[in-house]
Design a binder for this molecule. Structure first.
Ligand SMILES: NC(=O)c1ccc[n+]([C@@H]2O[C@H](COP(=O)([O-])OP(=O)(O)OC[C@H]3O[C@@H](n4cnc5c(N)ncnc54)[C@H](OP(=O)(O)O)[C@@H]3O)[C@@H](O)[C@H]2O)c1
Length: 273
């Protein structure tokens, strides 16, 4: 059976490297969907990879109906999907106000993540993998204890509601008084990992039986246009291709039960609490 893979936000950065890596690892009948929100940028990226496995699709992850429609399309066309990399992310600019950045950030990075989980888990074939690209900031240890219960043991709907309430608090200027960290990347990444934990809690037994993997992943510091403005010295950063490799190995390699539903970085589980 041919392997069907999807990468969101794949026209540049880590997503591009994931799509390219999938193409290089593809067998003759495998298909890799390189997706992104802009048709021109998606086509340009696909042309650069120039591999017969690559197909393109314009997908804005903020649009839940479009995500659901694409998943249904792939289920009909291929009978399901085997590897999903939920990688699309809005950027943060140093110096810009949190209240001005948080709305697209939550829509893309958090609601985009839960759109992918809701639509693609039902079409993920047994033995497949769905990885949410998060970061090492996505652990409860990054938040004060009184906020933990908003993420711990919650459903996907409750995680979405928490992220929307936090977004509103940032817009209204009350997030600091509620104890949220000032850097909005942190609650957002915790929300992504909590979303993975929510679905994993429900599917754990069935997925263990079929060898299916759901996990959040941290690629480590990667030299991209998104990370570069934040660091004066990027000499320690990996290239996107280097950052993509462990993620590809995780999705396509042998299953290890300890990774299921967890945040994984360089083959190691980062403790949630
Ligand atoms: N870089 C690092 O050091 C680092 C470290 C830890 C975790 N990560 C995570 O790795 C992932 C990729 O990061 P990156 O550095 O490669 O970022 P990036 O260079 O900014 O790439 C992000 C990609 O997401 C796309 N995107 C943005 N909004 C979208 C939307 N609404 N729908 C679909 N696609 C959308 C962008 O498309 P456009 O070109 O159209 O904007 C771009 O292709 C992120 O989840 C990030 O948090 C990165």
């Amino acid at each position: 059976m041919s392997r069907i893979s999807i990468v969101t936000g794949a026209n540049q950065g880590l997503g591009y490297a994931l799509a390219e890596g999938l193409a290089h690892r593809a067998s003759a009948d495998d298909v890799v969907y390189l997706t992104g929100r802009d048709a021109g940028r998606v086509d340009e990226a696909a042309a650069k990879i120039d591999h017969p496995a690559i197909r393109t699709h314009v997908l804005d992850v903020r649009d839940g109906d479009a995500v659901a429609g694409f998943a249904a399309q792939l289920a009909e066309r291929h009978g399901g999907v085997d590897a999903v990399f939920s990688n699309a992310a809005a950027r943060l600019s140093p110096g810009a106000a949190n209240s001005e950045q948080v709305v697209p950030f939550v829509e893309t990075n958090n609601l985009g993540t839960t759109h992918i989980l809701r639509s693609f888990l039902p079409v993920l074939r047994p033995g497949g993998a769905l990885l949410i690209v998060a970061s090492s900031f996505g652990t409860l240890r990054q938040l004060p204890p009184h906020l933990h219960s908003r993420f711990e043991g919650r459903s996907l709907e409750e995680v979405d509601a928490t992220m929307l309430a936090w977004r509103d608090a940032v817009v209204n200027g009350t997030a600091g008084a509620e104890g949220w960290p000032d850097w909005i990347n942190i609650p957002s990444k915790v929300g992504q990992v909590a979303a993975v934990r929510a679905v994993a809690a429900q599917r754990r037994e069935a997925d263990a039986a079929s060898g299916t993997l759901i996990a959040a992943v941290c690629p480590g510091l990667i030299d991209t246009d998104a990370s570069r403005p934040w660091f004066a010295d990027m000499s320690g950063a990996a290239s996107p291709a280097e950052g993509a490799k462990p993620l590809l190995d995780l999705a396509l390699g042998a299953r290890r039960p300890e990774y299921y539903g967890e945040l994984v970085q360089f083959g190691r589980v980062l403790r949630w609490l």
